[in-house]
Design a protein around this ligand. Structure first.
Ligand code: ATP
Ligand code: MG
Length: 230
């Protein structure tokens, strides 16, 4: 069954281990995320943040517990989950095809005008327009033509076109200088302001943009509260 409104996400006593012999990477995590809420998931490297993101998207199945989107169990939604939850990966993946195909990914019917519109919203319009073949310029998989920040903007353009009600940002500004980082956080928050945002980060920069912060350490939900308490 497809999920019904509201599209709240309910993580219920979820534990996860990658293999039966490995220790649990996440332990008894319970989080309720209301539709439209902005959440930061904060934690050190290796604490289990990306694993949680992959569970939310149904790319991994909980070893224990369950995850609901509205009233549907995420793991039963298969490909449909992509209609509801978009993700900007820690290392945004670009494909060895044209710029326009990279932006249209998951939304192949989008018109050129729609593609230019989202590129403008993420501040890439000028840069793409100046490329030798514009939207038809080839991108290699390593995205060598694009800087880290530009790759994240391209990934955001893709998400804006997909227009999913929930967006997961997995450290979308890692490796950027502070000014570029701040500008990119502002773009993300502005462009996604009507959506549920789950923003994974390992530091406090920009954290005042969210409603709630969830702090994970060694796979355990250690603390939860408003960003002003941190
Ligand atoms: P970072 O901030 O560095 O991205 P993270 O909080 O996202 O870290 P995860 O990627 O979720 O951390 O990893 C949590 C733990 O799970 C780590 O100990 C990691 O080594 C382990 N792990 C991650 N992916 C796999 C995998 N595919 N197979 C086995 N173990 C994994
Ligand atoms: Mg990670």
């Amino acid at each position: 069954d497809l999920p019904q409104n509201p599209l709240d996400l309910k993580v219920q006593h979820v534990s996860f281990q990658y293999t039966a012999t490995q220790k649990e990477v996440l332990k008894d995590i319970t989080i309720n995320i209301s539709q439209g809420e902005k959440i930061a998931i904060l934690g050190r490297s290796g604490s289990g943040k990306s694993t949680l993101a992959n569970l939310l998207r149904g790319d991994l199945q909980p070893t224990k517990g369950s995850i609901l989107l509205g009233d549907a169990v995420v793991s039963t939604l298969d490909d449909t989950v992509a209609d509801y939850i978009g993700v900007i990966q820690q290392v945004p993946y670009l494909f060895n095809t044209t710029v326009i195909n990279n932006v249209r990914l998951g939304n192949e019917n989008a018109t050129e005008k729609e593609v230019w519109d989202v590129l403008e919203r993420v501040n890439l319009k000028k840069m793409i327009a100046a490329l030798p073949n514009g939207l038809e310029t080839m991108v290699d998989e390593a995205g060598l033509r694009f800087s880290g920040g530009e790759r994240h903007r391209l990934a955001l353009a893709r998400i804006l076109l997909q227009n999913t009600p929930i967006v997961i940002l997995d450290e979308p500004t890692v490796g950027l200088d502070p000014i570029t980082e701040q500008a990119l956080i502002n773009t993300f928050m502005q462009e996604l302001k009507n959506k549920t945002i789950i923003w994974i980060t390992h530091h406090l920069k920009g954290i005042d943009n969210v409603d709630r912060v969830i702090f994970i350490e060694n796979g355990i939900l250690e603390m939860e509260g408003s960003p002003t308490y941190l």
